[in-house]
Design a protein around this ligand. Structure first.
Ligand SMILES: [Zn+2]
Length: 277
């Protein structure tokens, strides 16, 4: 079954026999945020540590995305709003432990989530901060510079989207569902379930095209919020347009899933996958 919508194409490639969740075909994207870095900066999300991953249980759940850049690369407000907090999290907790994000900015945006909840963005590990709590900011305004304060081993921006609470570490959503794919690329959103229909957690998959392989993992924990619009358990943004093989190994030398998915520039594609035993 293949449904086309102006902003979202839904492919239920494996649900030809089972009744698909047709409500998702009605979904529309909510790409309300701009990139939190200038166009000249590196905008590519670190694929080795995506949203919802735990490095096989060796790290806390990753509640955002990491974008590596040089020290003091300008960090920009992703949308209009009011600075909810600007400072260090050594005194006020935003993560699982003090001084987790180091210098951070949290912005409460003027827009609301589809259910009416407040939307916040969080910018962590900043070197410097150029705004103050309570200040109004406009989309694209410089709010600080990239650093590695808090728990960070390299210079990068840790970027989060929180819905409903700016303080709650567990209120996050996948940021890649909130900004549009860059020109020439597409966003792939998916929901991978096991042979019994249960949500497959922490599953490694690969997206391969010509000589490039993009690794990915499904969300590693049931406590990780997916987006009510999609009920996804993975999302990969900024995939160059083209035809990919999505593969999930089965641990027996074969594949629990292997199919081609083609992405056009500007598309958002939803893929529902059921793994073979
Ligand atoms: Zn991070």
């Amino acid at each position: 079954m293949k449904c086309r919508r102006p902003a979202l194409i839904v492919l239920f490639l494996v649900c030809l026999l089972a009744a698909p969740a047709t409500s998702r075909a009605e979904a529309t994207t909510h790409y309300w945020l701009a990139r939190p870095l200038p166009p000249t900066a590196n905008l590519t999300v670190e694929r080795g540590f995506p949203y919802g991953w735990t490095r096989n249980g060796t790290s806390p759940i990753h509640h955002g995305v990491d974008i590596v850049n040089r020290l003091n690369t300008p960090v920009l407000a992703a949308a209009n709003g009011t600075v909810y907090y600007a400072g260090n999290d050594a005194e006020r907790m935003f993560g699982p432990s003090p001084d987790f994000y180091g210098n951070l900015v949290v912005i409460q945006h003027d827009i609301a989530a589809p259910d009416g909840s407040a939307v916040y963005t969080l910018y962590g590990h900043l070197n410097g901060i150029t705004v103050q709590t309570g200040q109004r900011v406009g989309q694209g305004q410089i709010i600080g510079g990239v650093g590695k304060t808090g728990i960070a081993v390299w210079y990068h921006l840790h970027f989060e989207v929180r819905v409903g609470s700016g303080d709650d570490y567990n209120a996050t959503r996948n940021p890649e569902l909130w900004y549009a794919p860059r020109p020439g690329t597409a966003t792939l959103i998916g929901r991978i379930v096991d042979a019994n229909g249960g949500l497959a957690m922490g599953i490694r998959f690969t997206l391969s095209i010509r000589n490039s392989i993009y690794p990915g993992w499904t969300y590693a924990d049931p406590g990780i919020h997916n987006d009510p619009t999609y009920s996804e358990n993975f999302a990969v943004g900024d995939l160059p347009a083209g035809c990919y093989y999505l593969r999930v190994r089965n641990g027996h030398g074969g594949y629990a899933y292997a199919k081609q998915v083609c992405l056009k520039s500007g598309e958002t594609v939803f893929l529902e996958v059921q793994l073979a035993p």
